[in-house]
Design a protein around this ligand. Structure first.
Ligand code: HEM
Length: 499
């Protein structure tokens, strides 16, 4: 009693009521408005979902920075219309929020975060015309791929504890070493302890991204971004400087086979905001570090996640695994139609990005709804690939659907900017339109390369008493909630087969 009465001394009592007025009442009002907006959301036409932030925005009510007006497009016809027919209205990404901001620590230095304009064109063109050039770039990386595969096979054989392997760390180490080699080149000696620092920086990047959810506050994202930016500078700047030194000494490797960092150091980008496209400048070291983090993050996490999901499905469905092995062996270890079907089914069923974010740069009609400039548009990539109007048993992993006669036969992943493509949209794991993923060709090549070698080198089985759990963990990337453990049986000594 004494404690309560002293708590209610006149001065404290008035602070208590002030506390009620400032803290509790807005929460109550907010909850009532949210209830109203939730009912409006439930009545919204199918195909487009709106968040309560958009309703609040339309009602003229905003609660802090995290209340961005947001639309979620769930229908593939609406998504195609949005991304292709109205591409110019959707070519920006939300600045200062989202995973893009995490990557750049809140500064617009990566391809993903650049506003649609000349700097974005220069950075993106550099990636696609060099490292990811469909012939020159991908051939340049062939030796790196072979080394990464040999490491992967060795690690899986070595890590088998009574035949049981934790798959993800082996995949991660192989993809990391491959991306390090294509990013920095062969001779910027990335010794194992440096590799460990890099793994930790990316782990930090992944942790901060996975802790990030679509409706996180701006502050959370910014804090995570600063941490990541700091860690990645410490790790990547010495390597970038080593590349610079190698260039200064005129090392022959730069001429023959430039790495991604070599191309970035060579690049001249337009000076943003001057309006003079011919006025150009070199990238700063920090900008290069941001682009390196983007390359390493996007190129490692996505491929590792998809390979792990695919192997998990092959463990659960031994008949699919046997058919894949049989047809790959029949094709002389090379890519075959069924391999492509397995990869397509994985991309449909387990796209690493559940949502893709854009921000509208003018008032536009999406579906039948007029949506204001500045609204964040989320395209629900996962839901689009699981639309039961298009896919039979959409939740099941059935590669046969992509074989001749199946509902997905002939589906194209690369919707360009042509509006004629819009009718063919059935899934878009790589996005669509001018800002679609520039790593798509490389990603498919890597998925097919590692997968065909992994199924011909090993048989993959369930661990006795441990069922494979296909539950997803939805962070920034969609990964397995319970990482895959598999019992492996070595079949052959592998000769890496490359494209
Ligand atoms: C299976 C692997 C991958 C998937 C599923 C994937 C998916 C995506 C998606 C959905 C987007 C957004 C596209 C849009 O807004 O329309 C994107 C953008 C991007 N991806 Fe990928 N990605 C993959 C691999 C890669 C790789 C290997 C790299 C490069 C190392 C990469 C680099 C990028 C970049 C730089 C962007 C931003 C493009 C821009 O804003 O212009 N991705 N990716």
């Amino acid at each position: 009693m004494e404690a309560i009465s002293s708590f209610l001394q006149p001065a404290t009592a008035s602070s208590f009521f002030l506390f009620l007025a400032t803290m509790i009442i807005p929460v109550v009002i907010r909850s009532i408005v949210c209830q109203i907006s939730a009912s409006i959301i439930s009545m919204w036409p199918k195909g487009i979902a709106v968040t309560r932030e958009l309703i609040l925005h339309l009602l003229g009510i905003r609660f802090g920075l995290d209340n961005e007006p947001t639309v979620v497009v769930q229908d593939n016809a609406v998504a195609a219309d949005t991304l292709l027919r109205r591409a110019d209205d959707f070519c920006d990404r939300p600045a200062g929020m989202g995973g893009t901001s995490v990557v750049s620590g809140g500064r617009l230095h990566t391809i993903t975060t650049q506003p649609y304009g000349p700097v974005w064109v220069a950075l993106r063109r550099n990636l696609t015309s060099e490292a990811f050039h469909p012939v020159r770039g991908l051939e340049r990386a062939a030796a790196h791929r072979e080394r990464a595969l040999a490491k992967l096979i060795g690690d899986i054989s070595g890590a088998a504890d009574g035949g049981v392997v934790n798959v993800q760390p082996c995949l991660y180490a192989a993809l990391l070493s491959l991306n390090m080699a294509t990013c920095f080149g062969d001779d910027v000696g990335v010794e194992s302890e440096k590799m460990e620092d890099i793994r930790e920086a990316l782990e930090e990047f992944r942790r901060s991204l996975n802790g990030y959810h679509v409706f996180s506050t701006f502050q959370t994202v910014e804090e995570a971004g600063e941490l990541t930016q700091e860690g990645s500078r410490a790790v990547f700047l010495p390597l970038i400087r080593a590349c610079k030194e190698r260039r200064r000494l005129g090392h022959p490797q730069n001429m023959k086979s430039p790495s991604y960092v070599d191309t970035l150091l060579e690049l001249n980008v337009p000076v943003a905001g001057t309006g003079h496209p011919k006025q150009r400048q070199k990238l700063s070291e920090d900008e290069v570090a941001g682009l390196v983090l983007e390359y390493m993050g996007a190129g490692t996490e996505t491929i590792v996640a998809l390979l792990e999901w695919t192997l998990a499905n092959l463990v659960v469905q031994p008949d699919v695994q046997s058919r894949l092995r049989r047809e790959t062996v029949a094709a002389g270890g090379e890519a075959c139609e069924y391999l492509r079907a397995v990869v397509m089914e994985s991309l449909r069923r387990h796209p690493p990005f559940r949502l893709m974010r854009r921000q509208m740069n003018r008032d536009t009609v999406i579906g039948n709804m007029l949506v204001a400039r500045g609204t964040v548009v989320n395209i629900a990539l996962e839901e689009i690939g699981r639309d039961s109007k298009i896919w039979t048993y959409p939740e099941k992993f059935i590669p046969e659907r992509f074989m001749p006669g199946g509902e997905g036969a002939g589906v194209r992943l690369s919707m360009g900017s042509s509006t004629a493509d819009a009718g063919k949209v059935m899934m878009m794991p790589f996005g669509a339109g001018p800002r679609k993923c520039p790593g798509m060709g490389n990603a498919i090549l890597l998925l097919e390369y590692f997968l065909r070698n992994l199924v011909t080198a090993f048989e993959w089985h369930q661990v006795d008493g441990q069922e494979v759990d296909l539950q997803p963990h939805y962070g920034f990337f969609t990964i397995m909630d319970n990482p895959l453990r598999a019992r492996v049986m070595q079949l052959t000594t592998v000769n890496a087969t490359d494209v």
